[in-house]
Design a protein around this ligand. Structure first.
Ligand SMILES: NC(=O)c1ccc[n+]([C@@H]2O[C@H](COP(=O)([O-])OP(=O)(O)OC[C@H]3O[C@@H](n4cnc5c(N)ncnc54)[C@H](OP(=O)(O)O)[C@@H]3O)[C@@H](O)[C@H]2O)c1
Length: 302
């Protein structure tokens, strides 16, 4: 059982640890970066816009904390840029203890990534797959490194992936595509952990979802949609499940964490519900093979 009401107060000392948070310039990612910094980690906030990165990092540096904060431009909708970012990161860092695959986009008007994938699938999943792959050797050489991938309760909207529509070849449904991207995140997180079995690596791969949180994520949907919920959390609280997964000694390899309240919408970190679709190993392997082929990133060769 997790301590009731696990909060940032329960984060262990992260002095000497290196963390990287994608989309750390706003919302849940910002609060995640801030908490890791306060606990003593050196945190790289990675985001696609240099100005927004500075706006996020400058106030963090003013906050009393033991850590350090760095920024780096990373556009997850561009595979070449991800590789360039990772090469730079690997050449300037000797360890990576915590990777938070947090950045995301939800239900935008139809768009493709620079490489031609549906924007949500391409950013939320494929970009993070490529990023993690490029950073894999650094993660593996860091004792007890953790990769936390942000999914969503919306993964349950998807029952599978149509591989003939990942570039929106046939049709575009923003809600469906968001669900698919978050199911892909679940498959990725769980399959990565399975691939660690029978190896000498003690890497942790975990997934987390924040519940329902008021952030910029909802910019593409009707602003009143959130009003239908009785309770919507603030970003600091939405960051807790990912922070728990990233730092708690109680978090387990392959674990999935979310808020403990009704329907996992609000509350404090607890193991979250994983349905049969998300635990489908065959589907997860198929996605992994597809992602390796499309990105050119093979974890073993990185
Ligand atoms: N809010 C919720 O209720 C909720 C519920 C379930 C799951 N989640 C998940 O939680 C995560 C964080 O979302 P949030 O609510 O904190 O939303 P947010 O405030 O909109 O943050 C999303 C972050 O992702 C970044 N991003 C988007 N596209 C990117 C790209 N191509 N390259 C690099 N960074 C990119 C954004 O950067 P810009 O600032 O440049 O746009 C922003 O920093 C997402 O994965 C989301 O799916 C959120």
């Amino acid at each position: 059982m997790i301590k009731t009401m696990w909060t940032t107060q329960n984060i262990p000392d992260l002095d000497g640890k290196q963390a990287l948070v994608t989309g750390g310039n706003s919302g849940i990612g910002y609060e995640t970066a801030l908490a890791l910094y306060k606990a003593g980690a050196t945190v790289t906030i990675a985001g696609r816009d240099a100005h927004r990165l500075r706006q996020a990092a400058d106030p963090i540096k003013e906050v009393a904390g033991k850590g350090n904060v760095e920024t780096a431009v990373l556009n997850l909708a561009n595979l070449a840029q991800i590789e360039q970012f990772a090469q730079e990161y690997v050449s300037t860092h000797t360890r990576l203890d915590i990777l938070i695959n947090n950045a995301g986009v939800m239900m935008p008007p139809q768009r493709l990534t620079d490489d031609g994938y549906e924007l949500q699938f391409g950013t939320n999943f494929l970009g993070h797959f490529a990023l993690t792959g490029h950073l894999y050797s650094l993660l593996k050489q860091t004792p007890g490194a953790r990769v936390v991938t942000l999914s969503s309760g919306a993964y349950k909207w998807a029952t599978g992936i149509d591989y003939n529509n990942l570039r929106s070849e046939k049709s575009y449904d923003p809600t469906r595509e968001y669900g698919i991207s978050k199911l892909a995140d679940m498959w990725f997180a769980l399959e990565l952990q399975r691939r660690m079995e029978n190896t000498d690596s003690d890497l942790y791969s975990l997934a987390a979802h924040p519940g329902i949180v008021r952030t910029g994520l909802q910019r593409h949907i009707d602003a009143t949609a959130l009003n239908t919920y009785n309770d919507v959390m603030e970003p600091w609280q939405g960051a807790l499940p990912a922070l728990f997964a990233a730092t708690s000694p109680e978090a387990i390899k392959g674990g999935y964490y979310g808020p403990d309240g009704e329907k996992e919408l609000t509350g404090y970190p607890a193991p979250a519900f994983i349905n049969e679709t998300a635990t489908n190993k065959v589907e997860a392997k198929t996605l992994w093979t597809y992602a390796e082929k499309e990105t050119g990133v093979s974890f073993e060769n990185e």
